[in-house]
Design a protein around this ligand. Sequence first.
Ligand code: FAD
Ligand code: PHB
Length: 389
Amino acid sequence: MRTQVAIVGAGPAGLTLAHLLHLEGIDSVVLEARSREYVEQRVRAGVLEQGTVDLLSAMGVAERLHREGIVHHGIELRFDRRGYRIPLTDLTGRSITIYGQQEVVRDLIAARLDTERPLLFEVEDVSVHDVASDRPAVRFRYEGAAQELECDVIAGCDGFHGVCRDSIPAGVLTTYSREYPFGWLGILAAVAPSSDELIYASHERGFALHSLRSPDLSRLYLQCAPDEDLADWPDERIWEELHMRFELDGWALHEGPVLEKGVTGMRSFVVEPMQYGRLYLAGDAAHIVPPTGAKGLNLAVADVRVLAGGLVEWYATGDTALLETYSATCLKRAWRAEHFSYFMTHMLHRLDGDPFDAKLQRAQLEYVCSSEAAATSLAENYVGPAYVG
Ligand code: FAD
Ligand code: PHB
């Protein structure tokens, strides 16, 4: 087998890259370890920056997104049993759209299949080879048979636990990371959202987030231990805890059947550079943010937009200038998102530090809720840059 770009991973990064390349007449093969059903059902992100929506629209894959996505113009910060609205659109001119990551993935898979270019699910034993040469290759097993895919370039879009990053020789990458001493317990509940906008609640019992997926699906999270055992959290306990953390006079949290439950650890992680030879890392394969800033999916899409631009220029003219700056361009945006996600995480979670930290946290919360300058800074980061990339 031979292609121009071998793409490892069919998450938001890999699928967006495949379609951007297709639109420019560049051939690719997408290799995904999981089944189509699995990737289409995996519940993850829900907040799309306007730049992400604009890019998906320009790619012609946003018809359902425009029909079913819910545009939001503000978020609420809640603490001390009071709510403060951050009017995102008034402050920045931009909005966010609520549309589940698995819906984005579903739309991109449908678009890919329509192109009749290859997208292989359930590939096994993926390994990348000769990336320091100009004839790299990916080896894998598909339907029981060993395969070798020769290509010009490999895009490592295989997420945090993928194989691409680890195939880069020791000493090339520098890793920056931070583990947080907490995680999020998330549920998807079959009940109308209790609020029209997202609520980020800081409470002495811990952080909680109210989000949604549709007019009849609520998505809720609560801060827990990073290794929290779900067996200790029957549905009644989850609701009881959520009621306490969101408590506000005149406001009620709606309960409904819990359809999905999971615990996610939280970390910040970046590797530099995001490229080695003919291997380019994109999305979670190169950087992870804690979800408090709602940035991960948006960063993944932003990376591959830059990568696609570089590849298009290279194939058209032989000029490698944009590919050479790929890593630096993406890292600049990734580090801004790292800082914002760290800032939101620290401002909102219960930190078991000393009382001094708690006082600083409170001062910061009061500042963003009382100063238009501070609220604008939060809003500008939350909605993301005006243009992707
Ligand atoms: P992934 O989505 O991880 O895709 C990688 C793909 O590669 C997967 O399909 C995987 O199966 C496949 N793969 C792995 N190894 C191999 C292999 N060896 N061979 C072939 N394929 C392989 N982000 C936001 O922007 N907004 C949010 O609101 C938000 N909320 C989140 C909430 C939660 C609970 C979680 C967990 C994450 C959230 N994120 C959010 C982050 C977001 O989900 C990720 O940043 C995003 O999925 C990154 O996309 P990706 O394509 O880089 O990686
Ligand atoms: C979500 O809806 O899943 C979601 C929303 C905002 C976040 C993280 C996750 O910050």
